[in-house]
Structures are given as C-alpha cells and as structure tokens.
Design a protein around this ligand. Structure first.
Ligand code: HEC
Ligand code: HEC
Length: 487
C-alpha cells in the first residue's frame, strides 16, 4: 500500500474517533415550556407573540482547570485507534505550528488533535481527541476552544479504515486495528456531509448508542435498535468559551444535567464497559473546569472606539434581550428562542431523523443518564456573543459568512465559497472573505468545487431567519458591527 493512501486513510478516519458521542443531541422534541424551563419575561417583553423560555442552571461537579487541560491534551479518553507502527510509517513528528503546549511523552511530537496511549494488551496506539473539532485557526493562529471551521467531512472514511491493516503484522496490533475499524465502519456513513466546513458530529451518536447495551455499555456488532438512514445535518462547531455563561449544552439546549458527563460521552466510540467509562468520567469534571476557564481571543485589528460606543446602546436596545449585556457587569439570559420566532433552518431543532425518542430513552437508561439528560428543544439558544468576531461562519449551520450579512439579510449570499485559509479574514464585514457564486451544487461539475460550495437552498443549509438586524439604519448597523468587535 502506498504511503499516500495510508496517510489519507489515517487522517480522514482518526478525526472521527473523538467525535462520536460527545456532541450529539437528540430530538425528543420536548415541548418548550417543559419542566426544565422557567418562564421569565426578563427586563424586555418586546416579543409578546412568542414564549420567553429560560434554560435554568443546574449543579455541576467542581474541577481543577489546570488538571483539566493536562487531561484534555494527554489522556486517551477515546481509547481505540491506529497502532503507532502504522501511524509512524506515514507521519513525521508534527511541525511546531501543529503542536500545543503541555503535552507529555509521545504526545509531545504528535499534532494537537492526536493522542497516544498504550492499550491493556500493551499495544501503542494513536487516537484522536476533542481538539480535532474544538481547536481552530483564525488569522493564522491555532486557538484551543475555537471550533474548527475548515474541516472536510465530505468523504465516508469507512472504506479507507480497512487499508491501514495492510501494513500491520503483529497479531495484537491487528486486533486493536480491527476493533477500531469495526467502529469506524459503523459511524462512517453517518459522518458524511455534502459540504466542506460544517461538522457532522450531531449525526454520529444515535448509531453508536444503537450498538451499545445501555446498561452494560457492551459493544454489539449489530445494532440493538432501529437506526434511520444517514442525513445531511450540517453544524458549525461552537466555541468552548461560551460554556462559561451557558446553562445547557448544544444549539438546541439539549445537553442538561451534568455537563462533564455529557462531554465524556465521546468515549463511547471505543468503550465497552461501565467500568472503563467511569474511569474516564473521573477526570472530566477537570476538563469541564478547563473549558469554563477559556477566554475568547481579542479582536486583532484596529477598532473605531467612538463608533463602537455608539453601537453599544443600539445593541442593548435591539439585541440584549436575547444575547445579554457585556462589559463590567455582564448579564446573560440563557434564552431559548422557539423556531417560529428565530426562523433559521429548522432541521436541527425539529428532529434530524436519527435522533428520535428511542435514543433519548437510551441515554436516560444508560450510565450517562445517571447524571445527565438529553432534552432537545424546538428552537435555538441565543448564544453569548463573546469573541464573536472569531467564530464565522454564523448561525448554527454556518450558512452566513459574515456578521455584516447576518445583520442585513438582503445581502446574505445564496451560493458562496471560500478558500478555507484562516488568513482570509474580512475585518470590514467581520467574517470570512468569500466569493459569491451564481449557481448551486446542481450546476457544479467539479467535485472539489461542489463540496466547497455552500448552497443555502439545500435542506439543512438554509440561511433564513434571524432578521433582527434588518430594521436597523445603515449607520446603526455599522455601529453595532463595530461594537461586536469589542466583545
Ligand atoms: C467531530 C467533531 C467533534 C469532536 C471530536 C468533539 N466535538 Fe464537541 N461539539 C461538536 C459540535 C458539532 C458541537 C455542536 C453540537 C450542537 O450544538 O448541536 C459540539 C458541542 C460541544 C459543546 C457544547 C458547546 C455549546 O456552546 O453548547 C461542548 C462543551 C463540547 N462540544 C465539548 C467537547 C469535548 C469535551 C470533546 C472531547 C471529549 C468534544 N466536544 C469532541 C463537535 C465535536
Ligand atoms: C429574539 C432573540 C434574538 C434577538 C432579538 C437577536 N438575536 Fe441574535 N441570535 C438569536 C438566536 C436564537 C441565535 C442562534 C440562531 C441559530 O443559530 O440558528 C442568534 C444568533 C446570532 C449570531 C450568530 C452566532 C453564531 O455564532 O452563529 C449573531 C452574531 C447574533 N445573533 C447577533 C445579534 C445581533 C447583533 C442582534 C441585534 C441586532 C441580535 N442578534 C438579535 C436570537 C436573537
């Protein structure tokens, strides 16, 4: 087997390993207004026509942020992967630009998104970690906690996972590879999107639940419950620093109860017992504490302070009832905005097919359900806007390339593409430099161009809704945009 195809096989499938489970949501379609919410009209009652839903805070386990960072970048919480012998045949030690501080032993020479471990059979393997999706580049810099916005999930990795075995001979290594391959082949078809940029993590998890016994977490090669066919459900990875303010996890507010337990659900790709899962869970309160400590990066370009100061009161009048206030005494309402009011793409909030009530029940009945719950809502949480300059593209599906376009819906491009270079930043419009295209995916014959074309006419990819900026005058809008750079 050629080194180049092995390289492709390893890099495309490893990234999946960390994803499975951590970031699922589930569309049980619990009606807004259920027991987890408290109605609270707050200081602003401008939208009388819609319910005001507040997601209240729940107790969390304490942790140590420093220990959490150490665990995040050194522990193998997704404990299956590729034997290091195969990995090392293809990969050189990571360049400086792909390393993060604080890594120990073999991890020190691996890229930030891969982690090494020794299995109980003594096999050295390389697996992936949260940073595959939760570290991103902006203006040339790698930022831990920024969602990766340039990933490419347009290929099903399950075919190439099989190729890795061709370079292995040791029976124990072959056994580790087979375990990992089987699981990648289960999630592979559920990890494919039609478009580069967004993330398929919300599509993986139901299928992994289906392959585990909820009580024992034992793996089953065949699904133990029905799984609907894969769906194209694009999600823009949110930045971790929002969790400081958020009382729920995920766009639809579906992650409730103990957040650390929800985060460590990622391990389910590889784990096969409650005992193994409990050992991983033991350090996730620390990982959560680290996530809660992350500050957003500061806007690196010049800011017109006088204009930003003009924008602040406009923002507070037009936007704060949902997004909160910023500065010395910040407030944040943890508000869930129902679909009818927000009117952004409904697919995620109205139930991507594979996340039905059976999967919510699976979670409840499982080890994870001891402390955490999946309670997806039919709407989207209005996120904190700290560091918003760095998190383009915008909306939960990443359908709008800049804040300027978000706040004037008549300028949102229907078809657009970008070069995925983190230096291609547009400080004027606040977001990615992009090219407006005159045709959708159906009119594109070049396969790469087609996958890099964001086609907002596709199911799940709509850029509709969130029209709150439309009613601003051009001057006020420019002032609000300047103000947003300061958050
Ligand atoms: C394959 C990509 C991927 C990997 C790997 C991954 N995540 Fe995520 N994560 C996502 C996506 C996508 C979302 C948003 C899902 C949603 O809201 O519906 C998310 C959401 C989250 C959130 C909630 C953020 C918010 O604002 O609600 C937290 C916290 C989080 N992930 C932590 C982790 C941790 C910890 C790990 C590793 C154990 C991890 N994730 C691994 C893709 C990933
Ligand atoms: C009625 C509540 C509400 C009001 C008012 C509101 N927003 Fe939002 N906003 C939301 C919700 C909900 C989302 C998430 C929608 C989604 O992802 O589909 C959002 C998303 C955003 C985002 C994108 C976040 C991201 O990372 O994708 C930005 C930026 C934003 N709003 C700015 C503003 C500004 C500026 C104003 C005032 C002009 C405003 N919003 C008014 C509810 C509101």
């Amino acid at each position: 087997m050629k080194a180049s195809s092995l390289f492709f096989a390893i890099s495309s499938v490893l990234v999946l390993s960390a994803a499975a489970g951590a970031c699922s949501k589930s569309d049980d379609a619990a009606a807004p207004g259920g027991p987890a919410q408290t109605a609270d009209a707050g200081p602003d009652t401008a939208s009388d026509d819609f319910p005001v839903i507040t997601l209240g805070a729940e107790p969390q386990r304490d942790g140590d942020p420093q220990k959490g960072y150490r665990a995040l970048v050194n522990e193998a919480y997704v404990p299956c992967g590729i034997p290091d012998t195969a990995y090392s045949k293809v990969f050189q030690p990571a360049p400086e630009s792909a390393r993060v501080p604080g890594r120990e032993g073999r991890n020190a020479t691996l890229p930030y998104n891969f982690t090494a471990m020794k299995t109980k059979d003594g096999v050295d393997i390389v697996t992936s970690n949260c940073l595959s999706c939760h570290a991103g580049r902006i203006d040339g810099k790698l930022v831990v906690g920024l969602g990766a916005a340039d990933s490419d999930f347009t290929n099903d990795p399950s075919g190439t996972a099989g190729l890795v075995g061709a370079v292995l001979t040791d029976p124990k290594e072959l056994a580790e590879w087979k375990k990992w391959k089987e699981r990648v082949q289960v999630v592979g078809p559920y990890s494919v999107l039609s478009t580069r940029g967004p993330n398929p993590a919300d599509g993986f998890t139901a299928v992994l639940f289906a392959h585990h016994d909820p009580k024992t977490l034992a793996w089953s090669s065949t699904p133990l419950m029905d799984v609907p066919p894969p769906q194209d459900v694009p999600v823009d990875v949110p930045p971790w620093w929002r969790m400081k303010k958020k009382s729920s996890m995920f766009y639809v507010g579906g992650g409730r109860g103990d957040h650390a337990r929800i985060m460590m659900t990622a391990s389910i790709l590889c784990t096969s017992s409650v005992e193994e899962s409990r050992a991983i869970d033991a350090y996730f309160a620390d990982i959560r504490a680290y996530i809660m400590s992350i500050e957003p990066p500061k806007y690196p370009f010049p800011i017109d302070r006088a204009l930003a100061d003009k924008g602040r009161p406009v923002f507070e009048q037009t936007c704060s009832r949902c997004h909160g206030t910023y500065g010395d005494k910040p407030t944040y309402p943890n508000r869930l905005v129902v679909l009818q009011e927000i009117a952004t793409d409904p697919i995620l909030a109205s139930g991507a097919a594979q996340f039905g009530p059976p999967f919510v029940k699976w979670y409840k009945d499982s080890f994870f359900g001891e402390l955490a719950r999946l309670e997806p809502q039919q709407g989207y949480v209005a996120p904190p806007l700290d560091g918003i300059w760095a998190t383009a593209p915008y909306l939960h599906n990443g359908s709008v390339p800049t804040i300027a376009a978000l706040l004037d819906s008549s300028t949102r491009p229907t078809y657009w593409t970008r070069d995925f270079d983190s230096k291609s930043y547009d400080p004027g419009a606040v977001g990615w430099k992009h090219t407006v295209v005159d045709h959708g995916k159906d009119g594109e014959s070049d396969a790469t161009k087609k996958s890099e074309l964001y086609d907002t006419t596709r199911l799940g990819y709509s850029n509709a809704g969130h029209l709150f900026g439309d009613k601003l005058s051009a001057d006020d809008r420019a002032a609000v945009i300047e103000y947003l750079k300061t958050l």
